[in-house]
Design a protein around this ligand. Structure first.
Ligand code: HEM
Length: 471
């Protein structure tokens, strides 16, 4: 509806191999008519990455009025710190469109809860995925990657696969073995993964009802296929939780840790539905994001072979002919820098959106209650005053201890709501990359046009076709 009003966009990708310069795919700056907010809204509805003018890539706090809603875009490290840390309590609430989109699947899971529920559950979930627990999941990460190596080997030299689908399968298997302990089995894992993928495809990232002035947005339209996806996911997860409650689950799994915490602290009131909500949240938050990161990394390495050579040399130097393990991750500096640069260029969560509780003032700007406050890592990470040559793929910017300005690089958000799975996700991405890159080169066909699109996560439209080459 009204999609013809959206502005035309172009995707830019530039490669100069002789100078080792690669500017990976991104949409051109928005050039819709100034003042035509309806056109911008319709463009956002189709593609949220294409609505940013060159001028938006400055350190500033700006607002626009859309229909009846104030929308505040916060793009300076200082102001971001104010929103996510200093005044966290006023800006902790997710937007109605996010809550409406996810509540059907995740209930009051951590990702969308706020207030008392969030305060009570956050330490619990944070503890379960905490960095000191990550090494215990290292073998799952390594072994699941090795299983993929074996499968790819049977496909033969030059086989074509879709890297997004492959990475989604890999990270779904890793997170489901970590969360649920027992192997869900190919069929159930595939059903859960497909369910999440179709859920994402079906929900709309913009709920027009919110802009029209309903502070709680409008309910999600539950189509029959949406209902089917959700029912399938819930029933698979419930089955696993019930197994655990009956003492049949794996002792080292995250679900088991949640259940043990509940038994020790009955005041937490985690019933089967609450357990399912937190398990589904960890599953969703922890699998799509890492899959997108790895997929984008393969695209970048495929087009920048001089960087790929550097990571191959590093894997050889650190691991020799042994399979990389979680203990090697600290020494894989190039692999780490590639993942960090991938997260800068293609932050899997490209928009952090909040609803202001009360009136406030961000920088010099007065913010009204219920305003939409947007921090857009996609724009922030491409702001030239914060990152030199921001559109270029240059992992070197993260080598030799170099760190970006605080609050200028936030792929995992920041402040009290920072991603609790940060160490898990980073370790997983680096280790999977190292295990797979030790055995395979992935090549995106030269004539394939990669186009980033943003729904719940940032991914290449249609996935990423690649061919597989043994090393
Ligand atoms: C590369 C991988 C990952 C990235 C880029 C990422 C990014 C993020 C971001 C940006 C948020 C905040 C969203 C917002 O405030 O709107 C978030 C929240 C969250 N993430 Fe991650 N994440 C990753 C991996 C993981 C993993 C592996 C897990 C679990 C094992 C996880 C669990 C969560 C949870 C539970 C939340 C909600 C936290 C809260 O609201 O208090 N994430 N993640």
């Amino acid at each position: 509806m009204l999609s013809w009003l959206a502005a035309e966009t172009q995707t830019i990708e530039r490669l100069d191999s002789s100078r080792k310069r690669f500017e990976p795919a991104h949409p051109s700056y928005y050039n819709g008519r100034p003042g035509n907010q309806l056109q911008r809204l319709m463009t956002a509805r189709r593609d949220f990455l294409s609505i940013w003018r060159q001028n938006d890539h400055k350190e500033a706090v700006r607002d626009i009025k859309l229909l009846r809603r104030q929308i505040v875009a916060v793009n300076s490290p200082e102001a971001i710190k104010y929103v996510v840390a200093t005044r966290h309590e006023n800006f902790e609430r997710k937007t109605p469109q996010m809550r409406r989109a996810l509540e059907y699947l995740l209930g009051d899971g951590l990702f969308i809860s706020d207030g008392e529920t969030w305060k009570q559950r956050r330490p619990l979930v944070a503890d379960i995925v905490h960095k000191h627990r990550v090494p215990a999941f290292g073998d799952i990460m390594k072994n699941t990657s090795l299983e993929l190596v074996e499968r790819w080997t049977t496909l033969g030299e030059g086989a074509s696969v879709n890297a997004l689908y492959e990475m989604a399968g890999l990270t779904a298997e890793i997170i489901s073995r970590s969360v649920f302990g027992n192997d869900l089995g190919e069929e159930s894992a595939g059903m859960v993964t497909d369910g999440f993928t179709s859920y994402q495809a079906l929900i709309d990232s913009i709920n027009i009802g919110y802009f029209l002035g309903f502070d709680e947005g409008l309910p999600l339209f539950r189509t029959p296929s949406l209902r089917r996806s959700v029912k399938r996911i819930h029933s698979i997860i419930d089955r696993v939780i019930e197994d655990h409650l009956a003492g049949k689950g794996d002792d080292n799994s995250m679900v088991e840790l949640l259940i043990r915490r509940q038994k020790r602290n009955p005041e937490l009131n985690l019933d089967v539905v609450a357990l399912r909500n937190e398990a589904a949240t960890i599953f969703m938050a922890g699998h799509e994001t890492t899959a997108a990161t790895l997929t984008w990394a393969w695209y970048l390495l495929s087009r920048a072979p001089w960087i790929e050579e550097a990571i191959h040399a590093e894997i050889e130097a650190v691991c020799g002919s042994n399979v990389p393990t979680v203990a090697d991750v600290a020494n894989l500096k190039w692999c780490t820098a590639v993942i960090e640069e991938t997260l800068r260029l293609y932050p899997p969560v490209p928009i952090l959106a909040r609803q202001a509780k009360e009136a406030d003032r961000i920088g010099d700007l007065d913010v009204k209650p219920a305003s939409l406050v947007l921090i857009v890592p996609w724009v922030l990470h491409r702001t030239p005053s914060l990152f030199q040559d921001p559109h270029l793929f240059r992992p070197e910017r993260f080598l030799s201890g170099k760190r970006p300005t605080p609050y200028s690089y936030i792929p995992f958000a920041s402040g009290p709501r920072i991603c609790p799975g940060l160490q898990f996700g980073l370790t997983e991405a680096i280790l999977c990359l190292a295990v797979l890159a030790q055995r395979f080169r992935l090549r995106v066909p030269e004539d394939h046009e990669v186009e980033p699109i943003c729904r719940l996560t940032l991914r290449p439209r249609g996935g990423l076709p690649v061919t597989l080459h043994r090393r």
